[in-house]
Design a protein around this ligand. Structure first.
Ligand SMILES: [Zn+2]
Ligand SMILES: [Zn+2]
Length: 382
């Protein structure tokens, strides 16, 4: 399924200003919010699409990239995808993203919805990890341990943020609304509750270890299996391995973005591998067997037919890359590069001259062609 244009998704025109985009986004998000569209099964997907579009277009850098390259700007490779939301200790491989847009939304117009003192849990952020692998590893697949700096649920309070794991209580200032109203002259102003910072709940005895946040920063070692056949742009999702949620909320996901390093011999096209193989002039002329390296670390014997020209392609069935989602492995193609001999001995020169003389008798057509070319150049000189 092809992705819709982000401007279309938001119902904004191309090149819309930040303010216009924000307005368009709010209107769409209100219209499509799943809580208001309980009878429409497609509403949630649409809502996510709108959030994704705004996530990109609200960020000046991402917007510029999208305006230039379209969706391709975020599909694998360098610098694409979700970028930092901060808080990851300056590690450029990681980005905490996706969820801040929901904060915008709840903060702006969903503030009065809850109440009743329910646990205000929030899903943890998704993380991105860029992993470079060699073509050999992409061929065979690999098991790897990666260190993920992330925040995890605090063990001391079980993620609740309260000392001893006691439940947070409803904020007495805002009665759980997260907002307070104040009258200033003619106006009634609504602002974030100063007591609970908008959370609607307060923690009477904050946990000593996490200071009430319910999560702590930690580096986790994670073993991942990179399947055979990955290519640059492949994403591997590890559900639930992202940042811990706030106050007992579910964790986010971890996405591993694969980049396959260029190889010194092979060029890859999907599951096909291509390489150039040098062959001697005599092997090319007389035919012969050569050995070529293969990506599995072995060697394959290839028969060179007599009279092969430079550039001739030969196929080694099934010696290419495995298909990521199963199925037949690709083929390997070799392109012959016939080498002209250098540093000839006197004897070799003699033999080649003799060969040349014989060739003229042997190949009257080509010799007549060459002699006509020679005549032409001679006439130009004269
Ligand atoms: Zn409050
Ligand atoms: Zn704690």
């Amino acid at each position: 399924m092809s992705k819709r244009d982000y401007y279309d998704v938001l119902g904004a025109k191309k090149g819309a200003s930040a303010d216009e985009l924000k307005k368009a986004y709010r209107a769409k998000a209100k219209e499509l919010h799943p809580d208001r569209n309980k009878d429409d099964p497609t509403a949630e997907a649409k809502f996510k699409e709108v959030n994704e579009a705004y996530e990109v277009l609200k960020d000046a850098d991402k917007k510029a990239a999208y305006d230039r390259y379209g969706h391709a700007a975020f599909e694998g490779g360098m610098g694409g995808g979700p970028r930092p939301g901060g808080g990851m200790g300056g590690n450029p491989d990681f980005a905490s993203a996706f969820s801040d847009v929901f904060d915008d939304l709840f903060g702006d117009f969903m503030g009065g919805r809850q109440g009743g003192g329910r646990q205000r849990a929030a899903r943890g952020a998704d993380l991105r990890y860029n992993l470079r692998v060699s073509l050999e590893d992409a061929f065979s697949g690999l098991a790897k341990t990666i260190n993920v700096p992330t925040s995890v649920a605090c063990g001391q309070c079980n993620g609740t943020g309260s000392e001893g794991g006691s439940e947070p209580t409803t904020c007495p200032t805002c009665s759980g609304m997260g907002k307070v109203r104040a009258t200033q002259g003619f106006f009634t102003v609504e602002r974030t509750c100063p007591t609970c910072s908008g959370l609607g709940q307060i923690i009477k005895n904050p946990c000593g270890k996490c200071h009430g946040a319910g999560r702590v920063q930690k580096e986790r070692a994670l073993s991942v299996n990179i399947p055979a056949g990955v290519e640059t742009g492949t994403r591997i999702r590890l559900a639930g391995e992202g940042e811990a949620g706030m106050r007992g909320g579910p964790p986010g996901d971890l996405y591993i973005f694969i980049e396959v390093e260029p190889h010194k011999i092979f060029e890859r096209e999907g599951t096909e591998l291509h390489c150039r193989v040098p062959v001697s002039m005599t092997d090319a002329a007389l035919g012969g067997d050569i050995e070529v390296p293969t990506i599995d670390g072995g060697r394959s014997r290839v028969k060179i037919p007599a009279g092969s020209q430079s550039g001739r392609q030969m196929r080694l069935r099934g010696k290419g890359m495995p298909a990521l989602r199963g199925g037949v492995a690709g083929d390997m193609f070799i392109e012959l590069a016939v080498e002209t001999p250098v540093n000839l001995t006197a004897r070799q020169k003699e033999l080649l001259k003799e060969f040349d003389e014989l060739s003229e008798d042997n190949n009257p057509e080509s010799s007549s062609f060459f002699s006509s070319v020679k005549n032409f150049w001679d006439s130009m000189k004269g």
